[in-house]
Design a protein around this ligand. Structure first.
Ligand SMILES: [Zn+2]
Ligand SMILES: [Zn+2]
Length: 368
């Protein structure tokens, strides 16, 4: 049976769904979504034990986003995966680590080049000269070349231009707030934006010191840590950190508990890369954003990408315009994905579905 829609069938669905449609025209950068600042329980992150000597620093969902980090203790020192979005957050995690061990931080691994995963590197580099900062060659290239996307040196310059504008906008919005609650939320967001700008102005961007073109195994005093390059996914240079004995993987944003950000991604290759990851034996995922997850989440998340790609291809083949697709597919995929992809106050299904549809349309259909 053919599952292809005619344009007429497609438009009928659009019409039926019209009442439920929201505006999906967010085109915000990776992680800069307005979220309810009041929902954050802890300011920065919560440290959670995942296995013996392995911890996830699960970032609090805040207006000014922060990524998760992973902390791996060895007999000889500490390995940290991702350094948050800003030095103050990295500093806070560093203090926590010092409370657990007197050993130095030996290695930092950056999973990809996005701003919220490496802008805290300088804190660890300042602890001593022996720190190795490891990533893929492609990620380091993305950090240093102009216009790679939402991260790297050029994106720091962009933020220095854009965050002041965002601050002005927040001030205007506060003036026009329609309720005390909204005003309080915007004021909290303004405070975060202003504090972030101050850090940005004084940032000492610290680039990786060691780059990889293929997977390697680090033997850190008996603890085996594999740094896997499995193909392109969320970016061109994603790395995965795999500990076979502990059955833990840290994935950066190639696997998160929010809706994915596809702006710098490779949707079809992403599916294949997750399939390559699935072959490894693990039980716990430390994702780039959100709580620690079971392995089943990989199947769910890949299913979303697969269904999204298929739906966009099908709608495009039926002659739907991009606007029509954004509206219709948001509703079409909602039953299966909306609830599970809207657990946090940011990165929610309805925040990102329009943008996801557009990215797949541009990267998969138009390019094809
Ligand atoms: Zn991120
Ligand atoms: Zn990212």
């Amino acid at each position: 049976m053919s599952t292809h829609w005619t344009r007429r069938q497609f438009l009928t669905r659009v019409g039926a769904a019209a009442a439920a449609i929201q505006a999906f025209d967010h085109l915000d950068a990776c992680c800069v979504f307005a979220a309810d600042a009041q929902t954050a329980e802890k300011d920065l992150f919560e440290l959670k034990k995942v296995a013996d000597g392995v911890y996830a620093a699960v970032a609090a969902p805040r207006y000014k986003v922060n990524s998760n980090a992973a902390v791996i203790l060895t007999n000889d020192g500490v390995v940290v995966v991702d350094s948050h979005s800003k030095p103050s957050a990295a500093q806070a995690l560093y203090r926590e680590i010092q409370g657990m061990t007197k050993q130095p931080i030996r290695k930092v691994i950056n999973t990809h080049f996005h701003w919220d995963h490496w802008q805290g590197n300088q804190v660890y580099a300042a602890q001593g000269s022996n720190l190795e900062i490891i990533t893929s060659e492609s990620t380091k290239e993305n950090m240093t070349k102009p216009d790679a996307g939402v991260g790297g040196l050029s994106f720091i310059e962009k933020q220095l231009v854009n965050v002041p504008k965002e601050i002005e906008q927040l001030k205007n919005d506060i003036q026009q707030a329609s309720s005390p609650e909204q005003k309080a939320r915007l004021e909290a967001n303004l405070q975060q934006a202003e504090a972030y700008l101050e850090e940005l102005k004084h940032l000492k961007p610290t680039l990786p010191t060691r780059t990889l073109t293929s997977s390697v195994t680090l033997n850190e005093q008996g603890r085996e840590i594999q740094v896997l390059l499995l193909g392109r996914a969320h970016t061109s240079g994603d790395v995965f950190i795999y500990m076979p004995r502990e059955k833990v993987v840290a994935t950066g944003d190639a696997l998160i508990d929010w809706m994915p950000f596809l702006g710098d991604g490779y949707p079809e290759e992403w599916v294949q890369t997750l399939t390559a990851l699935e072959k490894y034996d693990f039980t716990h995922i430390i994702p780039g954003h959100g709580e620690v997850l079971p392995k089943e989440h990989l199947v769910f998340y890949r299913g979303y990408l697969t269904d999204l790609i298929a739906a966009v291809k099908q709608a495009a083949a039926a002659g739907a315009s991009l606007d029509e697709m954004k509206k219709a597919l948001g509703d079409q995929l909602a039953a299966k994905y909306e609830q599970a992809m809207s657990k946090y106050p940011l990165g929610r299904y309805r925040d990102r579905i329009g943008q996801n549809v557009e990215m797949v349309y541009q990267k998969v259909v138009k390019k094809a």
